[in-house]
Write a protein that binds this ligand. Structure first.
Ligand SMILES: [Mg+2]
Length: 253
């Protein structure tokens, strides 16, 4: 019988509850783009219209995600911002992709909260020496998502193993990102459990990588996934310890 060594979590709608988000994404994006426009003006001496930048960025982002659905190569916000600036006439050697990205001033999104069942569950795992990790299908690199984790007081629970698809290069369910997460956690697939809310990305991806997969049931409707069977499904993380008891007897001893 294998011992449980790590539990890996998806981030959005698994740890972070988006159900209260009702902001307009275009407006939110425009506020962030303002910082990039300022950076291009102050650092490179180029004036770019905010509306033109927003349009170009949205087109490129839409295109990048459409392509990603085909090949699972992860879009990258920093690269998209850089390419947008270049497409609008800013010379590539006048700007830096990473500084474009930080000028975007990413932060926790208004309306998002950590599910209340998350901190007690993470504490229980920690108290029993079980490693935890995050694997998110974000186009924001982890350096940006960490800002959210810090604001939500979750960063300290994840001292080392935090992966964003933007950094890894591949999106879940691609096996490469699960392999990277297992390496980061220093565990074998049969020593780890994956918890996520997306049947295709999280459940199918984790199972194909050899992990047991737990579905976080949310109000979000999922289509076309009748053939994917999570190893367990739960509405609250309060039920996770009992699931782990059944699979890894004695993990709390
Ligand atoms: Mg999710």
């Amino acid at each position: 019988m294998a011992a449980l060594k790590a539990v890996l979590f998806d981030m959005d709608d698994t740890l972070l509850d988006w159900s209260g988000f009702d902001d307009d994404w275009a407006e939110l994006e425009a506020r962030h783009i303002g910082g990039v426009i300022d950076y291009l003006r102050d650092q490179a001496g180029y004036t770019v219209e905010l509306d033109a930048f927003a349009r170009e960025l949205r087109d490129r982002t839409t295109q990048a995600w459409a392509q990603a659905r085909q090949d699972l190569r992860a879009p990258h916000l920093g690269r998209l911002l850089f390419e947008t600036a270049v497409a609008l006439g800013v010379p590539p050697n006048a700007i830096d992709a990473e500084r474009c990205m930080f000028a975007y001033n990413w932060d926790a999104i208004s309306g998002t909260v950590i599910f209340p069942d998350v901190p007690p569950c993470l504490k229980l795992l920690h108290d029993h020496g079980i490693g935890v990790g995050i694997v998110t299908n974000a186009y924001q690199p982890m350096a940006l998502r960490e800002i959210e984790l810090r604001t939500h007081r979750l960063l300290d629970f994840f001292p080392s193993c935090r992966l964003s698809a933007a950094d890894v290069g591949y999106l879940k369910p691609h096996p490469y990102i699960f392999k990277a997460a297992l390496e980061c956690a220093g565990v074998a697939p049969h020593e780890a459990v994956f918890v996520g809310d997306d049947l295709h990305a999280d459940i199918l991806g984790a199972q194909r990588a050899g992990l047991k997969a737990v579905l976080r049931i949310t109000s979000r409707v999922q289509d076309g996934s009748a053939l994917i069977n999570p190893d367990a499904a739960l509405s609250t993380f309060d039920d996770l310890p009992a699931v782990l008891d059944a699979w890894f007897p004695g993990w709390r001893d």
